[in-house]
Write a protein that binds this ligand. Structure first.
Ligand SMILES: O=P(O)(O)OC[C@H]1O[C@H](O[C@H]2O[C@H](CO)[C@@H](O)[C@H](O)[C@H]2O)[C@H](O)[C@@H](O)[C@@H]1O
Length: 365
């Protein structure tokens, strides 16, 4: 494997000493994720008081409650006060979308809201078994209502068919495989045809081959699970004992060294394998806006809600366009290009309810 084809994250789901470090050391010193700190981000500044430094990595570690509870250093009261301080500073810059609801709806005056919703960790809570990440009936109901009023897309790392089998709603756009498999509802036509876009289709045979190789290679690691997401793959380690994380990373690396056209990224306790093409959730968002007839328009307000690093590509597109808002679903501070935050899927549901209510009560202009 060349050093160029593997890009590695640092993420709060794991510690430096384990899987993350294993890949970083063996493959590349370059960090994968473009979690560029925002110029205004308070996280760039040293915490005031000057007696303790709380790194972003430690804050990311808290993303995982199990990990956090087993990490002895965060029990220090000094740590807690520094975390609290960082948290309130972060919230100041990424306020709750519920608290700033009026600000968001005011910005939509004269504009068409278009909703983009990530699936795992946004519409459904994170669970141990990826095959059981079901969406609640209440969440389905409100997403259906949202889609009645606003063009709506589900954007997921999952295989499109799989995410559809969870959401089970017609009339929406679905962008699976991190946006590499986009399908629109029949009622939205582009050139008299329903929208269908698969920029990585040439990679299908390779992805299938690597899927089989990864299943074979990782079968000795208890708890590891390889998920075929059609144009990309996920190697889950949520149910793998931490002591095997490095070995699992090495297994994945050993398979990928034969495939320089694939890259490795990291999400929430998952290693994600995908083609090196320049396509991501941000590009998918732009493609969808264009398909909806909103390319180069000022009268549109895209709102993207997501919880993971891959959603940052979409947040960044919105920030760069100076259009719409990204909303990060997270309980803890993270470097993000999102403008607002929500703590968890239940808050996402409340936000969507309020949006539907607001739209119902707003007189048509
Ligand atoms: O873009 P997303 O819809 O957020 O997909 C990202 C990954 O989500 C899924 O994995 C995550 O959720 C699982 C279920 O809660 C959890 O067990 C896992 O640890 C998380 O990483 C999905 O299974 C992956 O294929 C996606 O890449």
């Amino acid at each position: 494997m060349t050093k160029q084809n593997v890009i590695v994250s640092d993420t709060g789901d794991i510690t430096k000493s384990t899987i993350n470090m294993a890949i970083t050391l063996t493959l590349s010193s370059k960090s994968l994720f473009t979690y560029a700190p925002m110029p205004s981000s308070p996280m760039q500044k040293p915490p005031s008081g000057g007696f303790i430094t709380v790194s972003r990595k430690k804050l990311w570690e808290k993303d995982d409650p199990v990990k956090a509870s087993s990490t002895t250093h965060i029990k220090s009261p000094v740590f807690f006060s520094a975390v609290a301080e960082d948290h309130s500073s972060w919230i100041f810059h990424h306020p709750s979308a519920l608290k700033k609801f009026d600000q968001i709806t005011n910005a939509s005056k004269g504009k068409q809201i278009v909703m983009f919703l990530d699936y795992d960790g946004t519409l459904s809570p994170i669970v141990d078994d990826p095959d059981r990440a079901f969406m609640s009936d209440q969440m389905r109901k409100v997403v259906k209502e949202v889609a009645r009023y606003f063009p709506t897309a589900i954007v997921s790392g999952r295989c499109r068919d799989k995410v559809y089998s969870f959401v089970k709603l017609a009339g929406l756009f679905y962008a699976g495989s991190h946006g590499m498999d986009i399908k629109g509802p029949a009622e939205y036509q582009k050139g008299n045809k329903p929208v269908l876009f698969q920029p990585a289709s040439e990679f299908l045979p390779m992805i299938d081959e690597v899927y089989k190789a990864l299943v074979e290679k990782t079968k000795s690691t208890p708890g590891a699970k390889v998920e075929n997401n059609k144009f990309c793959l996920s190697v889950h380690f949520r149910r793998v004992d931490e002591k095997w994380w490095s070995a699992l990373a090495e297994q994945v690396r050993s398979v990928l060294k034969e495939y320089p056209k694939l890259r490795l990224t990291q999400g929430r306790k998952v290693l994600e394998v995908r083609p090196t093409i320049k396509w991501d959730k941000g590009k998918a968002l732009e493609f969808l806006l264009e398909s909806l007839g909103f390319a180069n328009c000022n009268d549109v307000l895209p709102v993207y809600i997501g919880d993971d690093r891959t959603d940052e590509d979409a947040f960044k597109v919105l920030r760069d366009r100076g259009q719409g808002f990204g909303i990060l679903v997270s309980k803890i501070p993270k470097d993000t290009n999102a403008s607002y935050s929500l703590q968890e899927p239940s808050e996402v549901m409340t936000f969507l309810h309020r949006l539907v209510e607001w739209k119902r009560l707003t007189p048509r202009t």
